[in-house]
Design a protein around this ligand. Sequence first.
Ligand SMILES: [Zn+2]
Length: 795
Amino acid sequence: MTARSRVLVGLAAALIAAAPPPRLAAQRPRATQPARRPAAAPPPRAVIPTPRSVLGFDPGDDRKLAEWPALVRYFQALARASDRVDYRELGKTTLGAPFVALVISSPQNLRRLDRFRRLNAGLADPRGFRTNRAAQEALRDGKTIVLITSSIHSTEVGGHLTPVALAYRLATDTSATTRSILDNVILWLVPSLNPDGVTIVTKWYNRTLGTPAEGSSPPELYHHYTGHDNNRDWYAFTQVETQLTVDSLHNVWHPQIVHDIHQMGAEGARLFLPPYLDPVEPNVDPLLIDGVNALGTAMTWELAGQGKTGISINSTYDAWTPARAYQHYHGGVRILSETASGRLASPVDVPFDHLQSRSRGYNPRERSWNFTRPWPGGRWTLRDIVSYQTAAAYALLVNAARDRDRWLSSFLSVEWRAVRGWRGWPYAYVIPARQDTIALATLLGILQRGQVEIRTALQAFALQGQRHPAGTYVVVLRQPYAAFAKTLLEPQHYPDRRLYPGGPPERPYDVTAHTLPLLMGVTAVVARDSLRVPLSAPVSAPRATSRYPGFAAAEGGAAALRVGLYTSYDAAIDEGWTRWVFDTWKVPYAALVDSVVRAGKLKERFDVIVLPDQSPREILEGLPASRYPAPYAGGIGPDGAEALRQFVLDGGTLVALNEASRFAVQALLLPVRNVLEAVPDEDFYAPGSIFRLELDATHPVAHGVPRETAAWFQGGAAFDMLDSTVVRVIGRWPADPDRVLLSGWVLHPERVAGKASLLEVRQGTGRVILFGFRPQYRGQSLATYPLLFNSLQVR
Ligand SMILES: [Zn+2]
């Protein structure tokens, strides 16, 4: 894809992100209109096509994968032939492929889909029930709505094929169990949450078959912008695939159960199912956690009864972040399954004594309450992966059908509790309307996409001595999805968890903070009690353009700015996010690969080079030459490091983000010291937290940013200056250790207190800007975007 088309794609994504979704009523027909079958006379159905008849192989055959168009052809053929399956195209992916879903149920149910959607929508917002009888009717006649999503992580290739096997089974099986599933469940099956990646990985796999690179990850991100982070987007909604799934399925069908199919490493359990580990994010309704626990253990029981071994529960994965679990804040459970991997579609041999767990909660060589029957070791194939995944999904559907009454009544209970409000929760969040329009529009747009009702005050009112005019936004925490609003608007207090008392921290599975007002620099004030002010009906989030005022070059000088963005073949997720931010905010750039860096004379082509967050080793050494062919192996190497040093001496600006700042310090021998270098977890720890950042407002990099703001800290740095004649501090962590943490978790903040976090270092006629944090974290930290944009333009 060319840089130009990247920009266009990015622009389209930005427009989608910036434009608030249409109101719910206007959205609903979207998922139900296409390809409706007339109720009276169903067309004649053909023989159900086998997967082999379209793909040329059976799902699970060794070394066989299919590109996305072939999988789409199969799903279309299946839907044409089966009266249990309908095919829908929900939209286009980032790279323009069809993004599709199948709806699977009994023919009778499929003919009356709209009725079941309406019944379920009633349960999702029980304020609409005029009578108890209406609620009883919805409970009696409704179906369990299940959403199964697969293959979001494209190297987890069982997930490419399991939907094929599952859909074929549901379309053809005549057993009483399958009939019960079809009668009681409406299944929305998204065969891939990342169709582009299916093709990227399959092409790479087929190209490298029989070479040393067989089974390796491709030398590019398998989602164009977000790579593996694509399943961390379920509240920020930055990517079109997330937007399509949320807008067309979650928000229209309100599934009681969401099941996301994944794979994990090859040398632990064969399958992980919930219960999750602690901590569970405290805004998730307890009844949903009970549902997760019951469903996960029911699936485990079912699979164990079929003789499947090596299943672990209550291990490895916690339930802290909403970034992976949209439905936990929307009345449904979210079940994660993780099956052991091979080498893509190639088998692996794992002798029993090679089994090892780098993860928490069980030992794969020992029987325990949550790992009742260890796998004996041996060969592990794609067929095993597809078999475990298909059986797990089917077991989930068995439960969804058998316990339909319980799933629906639990769903209704959760929603009633949400609209009545939880004891101890604040009354509302108050969000002033007069602040940074882009950040405000983005934050409110996220809440709106999450179906949070945003109202405005109809009169002026006072809160904590502050007067707020009429028109101020108010999010009342008594509404169906109040938990979604609350978790995103409040600071997180991650529990202090240790491996043993006083010992090293127990690492969370992902990050520990997600407070959007901090990340976006938006003021949101908590109102403990009723505001005693009349409120409007729900309003739309304000619109914003995609032009960021902090990026002055976009006003006309953009074309003159020559930015190189280092793009490693050891693909770095942060490079993708940087590209997404640049495309969205129209920052021009060219990708800079290893061979170009090594060739030198960089100042002739670039004014600024950006090194996204990536470890020094990955930048220098890249992918191993023992596995990867040219030009993918080797990193920038010593020649590349020297070329970057020369670039700065010649007058260039090198911008190094987060871990890459350690590379820059080492490679360019900068007179600064990262005080966190080689510091163990027990002496300092902050695994994805929001820190207070104090800026020198007189420095051009800090232009347009408040003197005190918030920055995303994750594996970042804290610097001491060794030569103040060439180093200038732009930002610091607060001198008072108690003021460092704003949201999330930190151990021993005194280690970083008062240290520099953003520096300019002059060398020759150029400069290096060192970021000790991630200024464009996952497309969320709008508060610090201007620091990145300004750093491209300092002269
Ligand atoms: Zn995964």
